[in-house]
Structure formats: structure tokens, C-alpha cells
Design a protein around this ligand. Structure first.
Ligand SMILES: NC(=O)c1ccc[n+]([C@@H]2O[C@H](COP(=O)([O-])OP(=O)(O)OC[C@H]3O[C@@H](n4cnc5c(N)ncnc54)[C@H](OP(=O)(O)O)[C@@H]3O)[C@@H](O)[C@H]2O)c1
Length: 336
């Protein structure tokens, strides 16, 4: 079978396709024929060695993959050959709250990922793909979508009528927009690109702020909320956005700190957190239990992930380059 290895953290050039022996299902494991994988900004960071957590090479990249079970090991009760499954990002976070030991087994680094024709997974670290969903769609869910769900629903306790701010048009933000729509929330979206603004409206943003012409987007959020501020801000910018998010959120509102697209070094005045009684929550993807709960919402509402482009398996380095270009709107998928 074929798979990719990230041999050096030198960007997409460090990716090499190799031929290898297929995995064998050990006790409690199933082997999945991967049909599709998707990229996250994190994969780019790992490929370049920019990611905060150390990832030893060579390493099979990518965390997000879906496919069908082709072999079951001894003792496996949950799955049969032919079942359609998607892998959880954290293979050891099955349920309960996040603890340090549950962070050890993230696919694509530190442990081997899914950019491979076949992968062996622990049977309890997989979620069933609903019948209506393609493998391409299912492969977009494990990292970006589950993070948005955890931020807004599991930790965020989103309510109908809330105002949610999402930043940019990447994977996390597009899922946050769609989940907010499912809950009857109002969505204010920012983007650096005028051409993406129209698409944002088409997929359900109530208000779009173009940051090229309105860099002080927090003022626009205040103005759109009668001076009160948003109930929930899904912050993926980090250094350049957090201070503005503190201004744009309402008294008693919530900020989910998720990403650091604009860097992680920031000097921030923390007083507004206390003075405005803001809940600032760090979000780190989610558990299998959360993924199953999210999948019920996906199924009930026939949620359609926003996919920008599907690359072929042999084009994986080009898919990384496309992610790096920032031209994408939603998710980038690799058909395996
Ligand atoms: N904590 C977690 O569990 C978790 C999980 C998933 C992702 N993340 C993090 O969340 C962030 C987003 O990840 P993703 O996979 O959704 O990324 P992505 O798909 O690559 O999307 C990035 C989008 O954000 C906008 N953007 C890019 N650079 C920006 C900047 N400097 N300032 C403001 N906006 C910018 C762009 O949209 P426009 O062109 O429309 O402006 C871009 O398309 C990353 O930092 C990632 O590491 C964290």
C-alpha cells in the first residue's frame, strides 16, 4: 500500500510517498481503508516545524481521515467489515474532561496520521459516518468541525438568538458559522477578502465585515449589536485578534481561544476579562463522546461541510501549498 511520510520539517517538500506493508489489526483494533483525508492549518505548522508540540520525523501526516473497515482484530465488538468510520483527532480522549494524558495521541503528530491507504485504529477511537455523508465530507469533521462544536456547544452553551463572531473563512470558522446557524444564532463573519465576503453571505453569515477596509472590526461588531457586543467570539487569529475580541464581546460574554493564525506573541491588557466578566475558554478539539454528539446534529440537520477543493492522493504536496496560499474557502480534501 502507499502512504506519505513527512521526513523533514521543511514544508511540503518534506513529504514523500512510500510503498509499505499494510497494517494488521491487533487486539481491539480495526484496519480502515482510508478514502479521504482533509487538511488543517495545524498540518502546515507541523510540516514546517512551527507547531508548539514536538513531532518526531519520519511521521505519517494529517489527523483527519474517513474510510471503511476492512479488517477487525480479536475482541472487537463495535465494528464489522464494511462499516464507514471517521477517526477522532485525539485517539486517547474518549470521554470526560481533558487531561494531559489524553493529549498524547493526536493523529498526524505526535502519533502517525491518516495520509495512508490503510490505517489501524483502536476500535473505541472511531465514530460512525452517517449513510447520507460522503467520505470526503466526513473527512472534514475531526479537527476543525469538532473544535467549533466544542467551542460553541459543549463548552459554549450556545443559545438561539445569540450573536456569534467568526474570523476568516477557514475550516474552524466555516463550521462555527454553520453550527451557529443550526442553533438559530446570528453570525457576524470577518474576512480579509472581498471575493469571499459574498460566499460568506451565501452560506449564512448575517453580517460580513471586510477587514481590509474595516481593520477595527470590533467597532463594527459593537455597532451591529447596539453597542452591547457579541455573545460569543470564536477567535482563531490569536495575537492580532484577541485584544479586539475583548472589545467586541459583550459584558458576561464568551471568547473561545482556538487559533494563532496571526502569531502567538501578544501583549494583552487582561483587565477587561475581569471588568466585563468575560469567560475566556481555551478549546482543544474534542473527545469521541463529543464527536458522537456532534454527528447526531450533523445527521439530523444534513449538515453539508464547505469544501473548497478535492486533490488526488498524488497531489498531497500541492494541497499543502494551496492551504498555505490562504486562497481557500472552507476545507481542503485529499481523495485517497
Ligand atoms: N485549538 C484547537 O483545537 C484548534 C483546532 C483547529 C484549528 N486550530 C487553529 O485555529 C486556526 C484556524 O485553523 P483552520 O484549520 O481553520 O485554518 P485555515 O482553514 O487555514 O483558515 C485560515 C483562514 O483564516 C483567515 N486568516 C488567515 N491568516 C489570518 C490572519 N493572520 N489574521 C486573520 N485571519 C487570518 C483566512 O480567511 P480569510 O482569507 O477569509 O481572511 C484563512 O482562510 C489555526 O491557528 C489552527 O492552528 C486550533
Amino acid at each position: 500500500m502507499r502512504q506519505y511520510e513527512l521526513r523533514t520539517q521543511t514544508g511540503p517538500a518534506g513529504l514523500h510517498m512510500v510503498a509499505t506493508e499494510p497494517p494488521v489489526a491487533q487486539s481491539g483494533q480495526v484496519v480502515v481503508r482510508i478514502r479521504a483525508a482533509s487538511l488543517n492549518y495545524r498540518d502546515l505548522m507541523i510540516a514546517h516545524g512551527w507547531h508548539g508540540r514536538r513531532v518526531a520525523t519520519p511521521r505519517i501526516p494529517l489527523s483527519d481521515g474517513a474510510g471503511e473497515v476492512i479488517a477487525v482484530g480479536p475482541g472487537v465488538a463495535r465494528w464489522r467489515v464494511g462499516d464507514r468510520v471517521v477517526a477522532n483527532f485525539y485517539q486517547s480522549w474518549i470521554s470526560g474532561e481533558l487531561r494531559a494524558e489524553k493529549l498524547d495521541a493526536a493523529l498526524g503528530g505526535p502519533i502517525d496520521g491518516v495520509l495512508s491507504e490503510q490505517v489501524a485504529f483502536a476500535e473505541n477511537a472511531l465514530v460512525r459516518v452517517p449513510d447520507f455523508m460522503t467520505f470526503e465530507d466526513a473527512a472534514t469533521l475531526p479537527c476543525a468541525a469538532l473544535t467549533a462544536w466544542n467551542a460553541l456547544v459543549e463548552q459554549g452553551r450556545l443559545r438561539a438568538g445569540d450573536t456569534v463572531v467568526v474570523q476568516g473563512t477557514g475550516g474552524v470558522s466555516m463550521f462555527a458559522l454553520q453550527i451557529a446557524n443550526l442553533f438559530g444564532a446570528r453570525v457576524i463573519a470577518t474576512t480579509r477578502s472581498a471575493s469571499k465576503a459574498l460566499k460568506l453571505r451565501q452560506i449564512g453569515a448575517d453580517l460580513v465585515i471586510e477587514t481590509a477596509t474595516t481593520p477595527d472590526w470590533e467597532r463594527a461588531v459593537l455597532s451591529a449589536t447596539g453597542g452591547e457586543g457579541a455573545d460569543h467570539i470564536v477567535d482563531v487569529g490569536g495575537a492580532s485578534t484577541f485584544e479586539r475580541s475583548l472589545k467586541a464581546v459583550r459584558v458576561g460574554g464568551r471568547i473561545s481561544l482556538i487559533g494563532w493564525l496571526a502569531g502567538s506573541d501578544a501583549q494583552v491588557n487582561p483587565f477587561p476579562v475581569a471588568l466585563k466578566g468575560i469567560a475566556v475558554q481555551g478549546v482543544d478539539v474534542g473527545s469521541v463522546e463529543m464527536f458522537e454528539s456532534f454527528m447526531r446534529a450533523v445527521t439530523r440537520n444534513r449538515l453539508q461541510p464547505v469544501i473548497d477543493r478535492v486533490f488526488l492522493f498524488g497531489e498531497a504536496p500541492a494541497a499543502y501549498e494551496y492551504l498555505a496560499s490562504g486562497k481557500h474557502f472552507g476545507k481542503i480534501v485529499i481523495a485517497v
